[in-house]
Design a protein around this ligand. Structure first.
Ligand SMILES: [Zn+2]
Length: 383
């Protein structure tokens, strides 16, 4: 199996169009056509992890955090990022990142953590529509194009628009709906009509074609339509579709029976990886916790939105003093603050299990291992 084929499986698990607009996901380094025998999963593509990957002779490293986000324009070996790229290339290891797409996707990073806390009836904590444009997976929006075409051009139009990315639904491509009707128009002076005469009302048999597509294909699909349609002024509509897949950031769920904040925090501490950061709690330790919200990684800044979601406790990472104090003074949800790494690294085992199960079922002979590097960057905490 080649790197690009493993990338396709990962894109199916964590669709790249679910990534936030600022993010950088997918294949980052390496040769898409290289054969893969061994894969390593880690949270960060740090030099420590890359050295471990070299020793383990892996062909593909899959991480949650991308190597390069933005603002980096030098990749010399004087920089850590430069050394990572050089070492990956020298050892023929490809690097793939599944970041905010893996946060949002079903069975992704947030589901993995929420299940560790035994939360039931999981649903998105913050629907994508509730997020700011910056954090939204705007590329994830589905659009539909409706175009009216003379019958003889219908098949050509469906072909051209599907080549530009329209009509992909699950495992099907070139999906379109068509129905026949009558179109009418009167060419004005200066027109060069495909049918009819200037100044005369013309009626003609036309097909209405409908195809769905992701927003990132918008300009390509419209360009394909205009290039292929025989009319000077083709009639078409682009319609934004409501997301009925119920996708969103974080997860909300309830406990089988209420626990005090203290007991719930002890459950959390027992199931997340141990770090020097530990598990910090802000709130009334005797408060009853029934409903819990979870967003992995640095997501304490979402507290004002999360507070609207009727939860008793919010579990996240990297909470700062001011946002925590403001939340406490505003009687917001009780807060449990984890180490960023501890909140997200359980995903590595989950992804390794999913990939191993798939490769075993398909007899692919690919081994998936998880980095054993302790990725939390803190080395000591004094009380
Ligand atoms: Zn993160």
């Amino acid at each position: 199996m080649k790197v690009k084929e493993v990338a396709q499986i990962l894109d199916r698990f964590y669709p790249p169009e679910l990534a936030a607009v600022w993010d950088n996901v997918g294949l980052q380094v390496g040769d898409p056509n290289q054969e893969v025998n061994r894969i390593m999963i880690a949270l960060d593509p740090s030099e420590l992890v890359v050295n471990e990957a070299i020793k383990a002779k892996v062909d593909l490293l899959v991480t949650h955090h991308p190597l390069v986000m933005s603002g980096v324009n030098r990749f010399t070996t004087e920089t850590s990022i430069g050394r990572v790229i050089a070492n990956l290339n020298a050892n023929r290891i490809a690097l793939f990142a599944a970041h905010t797409n893996a946060d949002v996707a079903k069975d992704g990073v947030n589901d993995v953590l929420a299940r560790k806390f035994e939360l039931l009836d999981l649903e998105p904590l913050l629907p994508l529509a509730a997020l700011s444009d910056k954090d939204r997976a705007t590329e994830g929006n589905l659009l539909k194009i409706v175009v009216f075409s003379p019958a003889e051009a219908t098949e050509k139009l469906i072909d051209a628009m599907s080549e530009a990315g329209a009509g992909q639904i699950g495992n099907y491509d070139r999906c379109a709906y068509q129905v026949s009707g009558v179109g009418t128009f009167r060419p004005q002076l200066g027109a060069d009509p495909y049918l009819g005469q200037v100044g005369e009302i013309t009626q003609t048999q036309e097909d209405r074609i409908e195809m769905v597509f992701r927003r990132q294909h918008l300009s390509g699909v419209v360009e394909a339509l205009r290039r292929t349609h025989p009319y000077e002024e083709p009639a078409y509509d682009v319609i934004e579709l409501v997301d009925t897949d119920q996708i969103g950031l974080g997860r909300k769920g309830h406990l089988a029976r209420p626990l005090t904040l203290k007991v719930f925090a002890e459950r959390v501490a027992a199931v997340v990886p141990k770090t020097h950061h530990g598990v910090r709690v802000s709130g009334d330790l005797s408060a009853k916790i029934s409903t819990v919200g979870v967003i992995t990684g640095a997501a304490a800044n979402f507290l004002p939105q999360v507070a609207q979601r009727e939860i008793d406790c919010y579990v996240t990472a990297d909470a700062k003093h001011h946002v925590t104090l403001d939340n406490l003074m505003a009687s917001g949800p009780n807060l449990i603050d984890l180490s960023h790494w501890a909140s997200e690294s359980p995903w590595c085992d989950d992804l390794a299990n999913r990939l191993n199960a798939q490769f075993t079922a398909e007899n692919k002979g690919i081994e998936v291992i998880v980095s054993t590097i302790m990725g939390d960057p803190w080395s000591l905490r004094l009380p």
